[in-house]
Write a protein that binds this ligand. Structure first.
Ligand code: C2E
Ligand code: MG
Ligand code: MG
Length: 763
């Protein structure tokens, strides 16, 4: 207790000195005071640890001093021991009442003074310790109480947040309209957080793809003024805070001083703002924006919650988009955006009811692109898709606004032609006119992959009510009519006729039989001689025949087009090439006959020619038969040049390089473009039978034949006339300079055996 300070108050300097001496000797620091006033001052300025206080003093007595101590905060707890000569009990009682702790009677004993001082010092120390530990305890309780309060508040907040998020989810399921949902969601969030005050403004934007650029459209707002709603109706990506956040796909929480200058939420008061992108699959579906009044940014807890709100909103929006997409895809074609087959079926059924009710006519126009497959084959599927998209746009633009264009599948489209009038003849006229407009629109070339692609379309038309009363029937008949247009040479418009149905059934049966015929090897080759101007045999053309088990010998004209359509021609054509080559290699000259036949002409269809590996297969066939490729002449038609002339030219070049001879069959009936003729390595032109017929007396045919012969001459090509039936025709052709001939006049196509008998004389 060495540092302890004791204030001694006594008006008697002697008493002061004696007490001072006693206390000093015990190691206490002592401060003396000769009267009450100076004692009060001294104790207030620097409170001592204990006070020894005389009672009787001039002026303020000890009782009064003690009472004053008790009144002041700084001295209230000072331990005071009275020292007095007064011995009466009342004096002592009065001393304790005034706030003294003890009482020492004068004259005092040093030991007693020290014992009492020490005791009270220790008591005071113990009291102080107690007070301090109480204080610490109280502080601890206060801290704990605060922590509890905080954790209660945060628990309550998380419960409210969870409740809000659950409500948003429930609302998402209950509210089918997206905009209404977003409005509701924003309202709910702001209500739960007391954000509905005008101090807060919130908004949700949705991303809209506008061709090449995205933009944000205001979808829901809370607290926005009418002017703000207008300014924020559309925001470009990269524009304003929300646009930037959508473009860079990261949230931003800014205090008022950091807000961008071009804000779309002009406000006289400063605002803290947060904008969060609504991210799904790496793409911003929209932006959630929230502002508060004041300089500060949005508090961290609110930011965390808003991020969760943004997640729920994103989920709900993405789910709706997926649902909408499914609903859209159920009735739209994904590639072209046109109504799909299902949508068309429903619409047609409705329109037929309407037409029945109003007694008007309507029709289905079945549109199929000619040779579309070759775009896919040659330019690739992506180019094919791009072409179809362009064609779909053309088609939609070409039909009258009330009509319904749709995509039926691959390169097929169906247009519902509505309101065709009430008279059948007038309806047919009108449908024809609309089909012609479509055909003209589709025939315009389309730039794809830097190339201009031009295809025509075949169109079949079926009219209600004459061609079918039900949707399915009408569509089936329109498709049949389209098939007929294809068969008749493509790029045509055909109306449905009842006999097409039986024809279609016949073709269906034929197709089935054809497949069986290939498996059952029901085919054979006939050979027709090709001769020079003097009638000498130069070669033969292999012509396929089908030995039908019921119908007998079927001519190729009856099944080759179908085989092409069904893709069977590749297998069939390869068989012809192999069988003909083998015949040429050996069987054309059975024992006892010489082998004067040099050349075999084999027909190659466009589809076979374009099939993968055709050149290699030709090479393998001649190699297997052991004959020179020069002895095989491949007869191709102009149709194979229709789509991809470059590939055709390249393949013909490869075949020529390998040694094969190439002849252009049926020349003059197809495309007959002089520019390709010039660049194709073809040695022979076969003048089509239609020009040869009556050439000696048909001026026009004569002119054409002369021109073709001189053209071939000038290009260094040989000419052969097909279908020569009369001596007069031979005469004319010979005079015109034609070098080779084929036709009934010289010899009909014959089976191998008969051909050998007639044309390959015994040695
Ligand atoms: P094409 O290649 O122009 O064959 C000539 C056709 O004219 C043959 O008919 C032949 O019999 C006929 N013909 C020849 N001389 C005369 C004549 O003086 N008068 C008349 N009226 N006709 C004559 P065919 O055998 O019925 O063949 C028809 C078409 O079928 C062929 O025309 C050819 O395009 C196709 N074809 C025949 N065999 C095959 C084949 O193996 N593969 C392919 N892809 N097509 C073939
Ligand atoms: Mg031919
Ligand atoms: Mg021909």
């Amino acid at each position: 207790m060495n540092d302890a300070t004791i204030l001694i108050v006594d008006d008697n300097p002697n008493n002061l000195r004696v007490l001072e001496g006693i206390l000093h000797s015990a190691g206490y620091k002592v401060r003396p005071a000769l009267n009450g006033e100076s004692a009060l001052r001294a104790a207030t300025v620097a409170p001592p640890d204990l006070v020894l206080l005389d009672i009787r003093m001039p002026g303020m007595d000890g009782y009064e001093v003690c009472r004053r101590f008790r009144e002041e905060a700084a001295t209230r707890d000072l331990p005071v021991i009275f020292i007095s000569a007064l011995q009466e009990t009342e004096d002592k009682v009065e001393a304790f009442r005034a706030g003294g702790l003890d009482y020492i009677v004068k004259p005092f004993q040093a030991d007693e003074v020290l014992a009492r001082v020490r005791t009270h010092m220790e008591l005071a120390q113990a009291r102080r310790l107690l007070a301090r530990s109480n204080e610490r305890l109280e502080q601890l309780v206060a801290v704990r109480t605060e922590a509890l309060r905080e954790s209660n508040a945060s628990l309550e907040r998380s419960m409210r947040e969870e409740q809000a998020l659950r409500q948003l989810l429930a609302l998402s399921h209950a509210e089918p309209d997206l905009k209404a949902y977003l409005e509701g969601a924003l309202q709910r969030v702001t209500e739960i957080f007391g954000w509905q005050s005008p101090e807060r403004k919130s908004a949700i934007f949705l991303t809209r793809n506008r061709g090449h650029s995205d933009r944000l459209d205001l979808a829901a707002g809370v607290g926005l003024g009418p002017e703000q709603a207008v300014v924020c109706a559309h925001i470009g990506f990269d524009e304003c805070l929300c646009g930037e956040v959508a473009a860079c796909r990261t949230p931003r929480n800014l205090d008022a001083s950091h807000c961008p200058a071009d804000l779309h939420f002009p406000d006289p008061a400063p605002r803290g703002r947060i904008a969060l992108p609504l991210m799904a699959d790496g793409r911003a579906l929209g932006v959630l924006m929230h502002t508060i009044r004041g300089e500060a940014a949005i508090p961290a807890a609110d930011e965390r919650f808003l991020a969760q709100v943004a997640d729920v909103l994103t989920m709900s929006i993405a789910r709706r988009y997926a649902d909408d997409r499914l609903a859209y895809l159920a009735f739209h074609d994904e590639l072209t955006g046109l109504p799909n087959r299902a949508a068309l079926g429903e619409r047609l059924a409705d329109e037929l009811l309407r037409a029945r009710h109003h007694r008007t006519q309507c029709g289905a126009l079945f549109v199929d692109l000619d040779h579309f497959k070759q775009i896919n084959d040659v330019l690739g599927h992506e180019a094919g898709d791009a072409y179809l998209r362009a064609i779909a746009r053309r088609l939609a633009a070409a039909v009258p606004s009330g009509d319904v264009p749709s995509r039926w599948g691959s390169d097929e489209f169906v247009v519902l032609a509505l309101d065709l009038g009430d008279d059948a003849e007038q309806a047919a006229h009108e449908a024809q006119a609309r089909a012609e407009l479509i055909a003209a629109a589709l025939a315009q070339s389309v730039p794809v992959d830097g190339q201009d692609v031009q295809l025509n379309a075949s169109i079949g038309i079926a009219l209600y009510p004459d061609d079918g009363g039900e949707a399915g029937e009408l569509l089936q008949h329109a498709e049949l009519a389209m098939f007929r247009a294809k068969q008749a040479g493509r790029n045509l418009i055909h109306f449905y006729r009842p006999e097409m149905q039986s024809e279609a059934t016949r073709r269906l049966t034929l197709g089935k039989e054809l497949r069986q015929a290939i498996d059952g090897r029901q085919f054979c080759l006939h050979y027709q001689p090709q001769v020079d101007a003097d009638g000498r045999l130069l070669g033969a053309e292999a012509l396929i025949r089908w030995h039908h088990p019921v119908r007998g010998l079927v001519p190729p004209g009856d099944f080759i087009p179908l085989a092409e359509e069904l893709g069977l021609i590749v297998e069939l054509g390869d068989w012809v090439l192999a069988d003909g080559t083998a015949w040429l290699a050996g069987h054309c000259a059975p024992a006892g006959r010489c082998t004067p036949i040099e050349l075999l002409a084999v027909n190659v269809s466009a589809r076979q020619f374009h099939s993968e590996g055709f050149v290699n297969r030709c090479l393998q066939v001649v190699a297997a038969a052991g004959i020179a490729p020069e002895r095989i002449e491949l007869e191709v038609t102009e149709s194979l040049l229709l789509v991809d002339i470059d590939t055709a030219r390249r393949k013909i070049g490869q075949l020529r390089d390998a040694g094969f001879a190439i002849a252009l069959d049926d020349f003059g009936t197809g495309y007959s473009s002089l520019s390709y003729l010039k660049s194709l390595p073809v040695q022979k032109l076969k003048i089509d039978r239609s020009f040869v017929q009556d050439v000696h007396r048909d001026e026009r045919n004569a002119a054409i034949v002369r021109t073709v012969i001189s053209l071939a001459d000038n290009l260094g090509m040989t000419t052969i006339a097909e279908g020569v039936e009369r001596p007069e025709e031979v005469e004319f052709l010979r005079n015109a300079g034609c070098q080779q001939f084929q036709g009934f006049h010289f010899g009909r196509p014959l089976p191998a055996g008969e051909f050998a008998k007639c044309w390959l004389p015994a040695s």
